[in-house]
Structure formats: structure tokens, C-alpha cells
Design a protein around this ligand. Structure first.
Ligand code: NAD
Ligand code: UDP
Length: 344
């Protein structure tokens, strides 16, 4: 059984589908702070399989200990956490409290239960302002905001676990995959589950879809004077279904005889850079719908371009993204147009 923390969220719900489709039993723990139980109902509808859901906070040590006692868990995927960069600047303590303490409590419960197979949701934000592209996993790491710093601190904390284990037991049993996501977009092709931000979206794709559906007047394009193909920011967008499949590959690797040697980071992206205007134009063309936009000032803290070298994930996880820009924009719109107000 796979314990999925934050499994009711955007990436978590898509990952539950892929886990169930690959015959894993799934146990979700989620506080529903930023998600709806409806997402998990729809996961069951889509797959025709059931999962176990416990509503609760990963920072609750008693709850976490009981899960490892009551269920035959053999690996954990840890999605639970807060993820809005701007909010993290305004509320750093809330971000450190949730992201750091949840991971700490989870790892203590794992250690006590001797279940040491972990897949952690990291982010391309740990590369800071990239000096060279594409980004490989061994490039220098830095953070430009409290959200990114929380991911960086967690990565470092996790890197300390194998050595401590070896010291205590003469051998290390921790296997940790740090999955550094680039920019997740898209939705399940059924249109039943997708990204449902509770506030005004910070990210590009939900802003585009909410504009297209009439919830926002127009998209603000943050800067057209970057040194990129058309002056707008370039990112490595990855379809959330591909990303979800990457988690299944990581879990399979952890549970295989070969395993992972201690802690290993993997970039999950497509390796392709796409500009804001390329994304907007592709969305408009493939869905035959206008997306009004206006060029405005750069957003503070944004980098010009960021995209992945995905060789390590290809070689070691036997994973690569299969879906392109067309599926990303079509599936995002399929979800938003069928669910104009998300799960509400
Ligand atoms: P999301 O907000 O949709 O999902 C996170 C889930 O965790 C939510 O369902 C929320 O209710 C739950 N949660 C939060 N704190 C919790 C706690 N203490 N205990 C239990 N549940 C808790 O976010 P997402 O986009 O699915 O992201 C999942 C993970 O991936 C996060 O760790 C995020 O930082 C990371 N990530 C996301 C992106 C992105 O662009 N979406 C990019 C890189 C990394
Ligand atoms: N962006 C934009 N308008 C928006 C949101 C984002 O122009 O309303 C741009 C942003 O400047 C960046 C790209 O879209 O170049 C991706 O931004 P997002 O916040 O989705 O991801 P991140 O910057 O964290 O990679």
C-alpha cells in the first residue's frame, strides 16, 4: 500500500489514478486545506477502484504513527504542503511550519515504523536563477523566497538520513527520490479532475483557463523584454498525467531489487522551453477560444528561462514525458470548461 499525503490536491489526485491503474493500494491523508473530497470521489469514478481516505494533518504525530500501525504501507509519496510563492513571502512562518514540520513528523513516523521508501515533491525552484540551461540535477541550488527555501531545507534534511541510518544500523535503509517538478499543467483527459486554485491563480495556466471561461477579464503577461524567443518568460511545462506517471516509476524503482542509493534527485520536465505567448497562442488555436491579454511589467523574482535536462529520469526511472503542448492546452480547457467553478 502506498501512503499519499496531500493526495486530494492537484498533482496528488492525478497520481492516485496512475497508482490505482497500476494495481497499487492507495491510502490518502489530506487536511483538505487546499482541496475538495470531490476530487477523490472522481478518482474512484475514473478508475472504477476504491482508495482509503483519512482526513487529517500530516503534522499530527499520533495520527501518522497510527497509519503506519494500521495499514500495510510500504512506500510514501509526500505531496502535502503549501505552494504559493507570493503567500510564502507574506506568511513565511506558516510556510515553514507546514512544509518543514509535516515532513519532519512524517519521517519520524516512517523511521519508527521502519518504512523508509519516500518520494518527495520538490520543485525546479530549488535551482534559483539558473546560470546555464538546461538544468541538470547537480547544478547549484539556491532559493529566492520562503516557499523555495522550504523545499531546499527539506531536500537537505532528507540528505542527512542515510548517513544517520548507516551509523545506527551499520547499513542504510532510506531510499528517497526527490522529484523536482518543472511547471505542471493540464488535467486528466476525462475532464473530471484538474487544478482548482481557491484564490486568484498565481500560475499561468489556471489564469489562462479562468480568463477563457470568463472568470477573469484578461491575462497580464509579466514582461516582454526578456532575452527569450519573443521576450516573454520561458518555462518547461509538463502535463500532470506525465508527472503522475513519473511518481509511479519512482515508487516502482524504490520497491525494486535495484532500488535507489540513499537520496537521489530527478528532474521531471519535458526538456522543452515554451514562452508565455507561445502558450497563450497555442491555447487559443487548439481550443478555438480567445484569451485577451495585456503586456505588463515583469513580476519581481521571475527568471527569464528555466527548462530541464531529463536524462537522469529517462535512464534511471525509465520515464519520459509523452504528452505535448497540444494535450496540455486541450486537457486544461476540457477540465475548466466542464467545471467553470472547479469542484464547487
Ligand atoms: P495542492 O495544494 O493542490 O495539493 C497539496 C495538498 O496537500 C492539498 O490537498 C492540501 O489540502 C494538502 N495539505 C497541505 N498541507 C497539509 C498538511 N499539513 N497535512 C495534510 N494535508 C495537507 O498542490 P499541488 O499542486 O498538487 O502540489 C503538490 C506538491 O507538489 C506540493 O508539495 C508542491 O509544493 C509541489 N509542487 C507543486 C508544483 C505546482 O506547480 N503545482 C510545482 C512544484 C512542486
Ligand atoms: N506569467 C504571466 N502571467 C501570469 C502568470 C504567469 O505572464 O498571470 C508568466 C510568468 O512570468 C512566467 C510564466 O508565466 O514567465 C510561468 O509562471 P508560473 O507562475 O506559472 O510559474 P513559475 O514562474 O513559478 O515557473
Amino acid at each position: 500500500m502506498i501512503l499519499v499525503t496531500g493526495g486530494a490536491g492537484y498533482i496528488g489526485s492525478h497520481t492516485c489514478i496512475e497508482l490505482l491503474n497500476n494495481n497499487f493500494d492507495v491510502l490518502v491523508v489530506d487536511s483538505l486545506d487546499n482541496s475538495s473530497p470531490e476530487a477523490l470521489k472522481r478518482v474512484e469514478e475514473i478508475t472504477g477502484k476504491s482508495l482509503t481516505f483519512i482526513e487529517g494533518d500530516v503534522r499530527d504525530a499520533t495520527l501518522m504513527a497510527s497509519l503506519f500501525k494500521d495499514y500495510p504501507i510500504n512506500a510514501v509519496i509526500h505531496f502535502a504542503g503549501l505552494k504559493a510563492v507570493g503567500e510564502s513571502v507574506a506568511e513565511p512562518l506558516m510556510y515553514y511550519n507546514n512544509n518543514l514540520i509535516s515532513t519532519l513528523i512524517l519521517c519520524e513516523a516512517m523511521k519508527n515504523a521502519s518504512i523508509k521508501n519516500l518520494v518527495f515533491s520538490s520543485s525546479a525552484t530549488v535551482y534559483g536563477d539558473p546560470q546555464t540551461l538546461p538544468l541538470t540535477e547537480d547544478m547549484p541550488l539556491s532559493a529566492t523566497n520562503p516557499y523555495g527555501r522550504s523545499k531546499l531545507i527539506i531536500e537537505e534534511m532528507l540528505r542527512d538520513l542515510p548517513a544517520a541510518d548507516a551509523l545506527a544500523n551499520g547499513d542504510n535503509n532510506w531510499q528517497v527520490a526527490l522529484l523536482r517538478y518543472f511547471n505542471p499543467v493540464g488535467a486528466h483527459p476525462s475532464g473530471k479532475i484538474g487544478e482548482d486554485p481557491s484564490d486568484i491563480p498565481n500560475n499561468l495556466m489556471p489564469f489562462i483557463t479562468q480568463t477563457a471561461v470568463g472568470r477573469r477579464k484578461q491575462l497580464a503577461v509579466f514582461g516582454d523584454d526578456y532575452d527569450t524567443i519573443d521576450g516573454t518568460g520561458v518555462r518547461d511545462y509538463i502535463h500532470v498525467v506525465d508527472l503522475a506517471k513519473g511518481h509511479v516509476k519512482a515508487v516502482e524503482k524504490l520497491l525494486s531489487a535495484e532500488g535507489i542509493d540513499g537520496v537521489q534527485a530527478y528532474n521531471l520536465g519535458t526538456g522543452n522551453g515554451v514562452s508565455v505567448l507561445q502558450m497563450v497562442n497555442s491555447f487559443a488555436k487548439e481550443n478555438s477560444i480567445e484569451v485577451p491579454y495585456q503586456i505588463v511589467e515583469r513580476r519581481p523574482g521571475d527568471v527569464a528561462a528555466c527548462y530541464a535536462d531529463v536524462t537522469r529520469a529517462q535512464k534511471e526511472l525509465n520515464w519520459q514525458a509523452e504528452l505535448g503542448l497540444k494535450e496540455m492546452v486541450q486537457d486544461s480547457w476540457n477540465w475548466q470548461s466542464q467545471n467553470p467553478r472547479g469542484y464547487r
